[in-house]
Design a protein around this ligand. Sequence first.
Ligand code: C6P
Length: 404
Amino acid sequence: MLDINKIRKDFPILQRKVNGKPLVYFDNAATSQTPQQVIDVIVDYYSNYNANIHRGVHTLSQEATDKYEAARNTIQKHFNAKHSYEIILTAGTTESINLVASGFASILKKEDEIIVSALEHHSNIVPWQMLCEKTGAILKVIPMNQEGELEMDSYTELLSDKTKLVFVNHISNALGTINPIELIIEQAHNVGAAVLIDGAQACPHVKPDVQALDVDFYVTSAHKICGPTGVGMLYGKEEWLTKLPPYQGGGEMIDQVSFEKTTYAGLPHKFEAGTPNICGGIAFGAALDYMNAIGFDKIANYENELLAYGTKRLLEIEGLKIYGTSKNKTSVISFNLQGIHPYDVGTLLDKMGIAVRTGHHCAQPIMTFYNIPGTVRASFAFYNTKEEIDALIEGVKKAKMMLS
Ligand code: C6P
């Protein structure tokens, strides 16, 4: 059992009021809140050892370098990567995907096929479309069904020896569906294709084991996992990271530079040009330590309870429809009230101190599939409570009354 009252005390922001009401923060899929333990690490960095890394002989630089590399080791252990140099620290999921997509420009040939799913965030669609424009490769799409699940038979049919890469999310940000990534990876490997998993929405809820998954690339953002914004990671198998060319040129990523020829640094530095988000990287490690101290099994069990309770209570409201009804889903509930625009519901909920996301959630193809402009999305974290869900239910009922 989680001690929710104790956990909530770790998050100073949960004490604040919004529009005169206690904050109910249900926009965790957009970004999670930050515990004091992680805030302290950020303050400590800027107060005591702010310096550039890998460059200086002075004490501050060495301290910052040690902590940054220790954070990389924490991330490696968390995801069970074989080597710490398989963890590339990036600005987040979006940059990680762009890094891989840009690298594949030198690998793909005209008429090669790459496969995406209908459930993706724009971050896992647009970089690949740009790659297809550059290379002449063809983008194929795994369709979805009304429940918001992938049509796995169609996936099997799409795979062939032309398939070079498959990229899907672990969990859908708009609907909460947990995709069968083990099967997706296995079937892709059977035809010799590599797989990238977008774990932005999975990492707050589960602890992925990249070796057990045998995945080629796994990407995520720290800010979904109680860490700061502007930092994230790309896990890549050593063989792939060695094969891909550097993403950006600059300081840190070189071995020798002359005007005739430049040689590149080894992993992970080959992909980390310029001064990185040093404090962010260190805080990313601290955020994983914080979550692991609570325990991902406990987190998942509790969030499943919140999901079941929230789903049941929301469905008591007449005219409310939930999008994304897979049995295999996480604590994200996307819904609409019949005849009412999601934006209006979100605006009224904010007046009551309740933060939800409204709109297409950067997943327009899903909204097109359901023929809706968007949804209201309530996404729960381990520091939320059933009492807060009750406040949401009252808020939605009030909004319905005012807008009908
Ligand atoms: N989804 C949401 O409200 P960045 O912005 O790089 O940290 O993450 C992008 C991203 C990629 N994939 C998935 C599955 C995501 O959910 C997100 C971010 C947020 O749903 C903000 S748009």
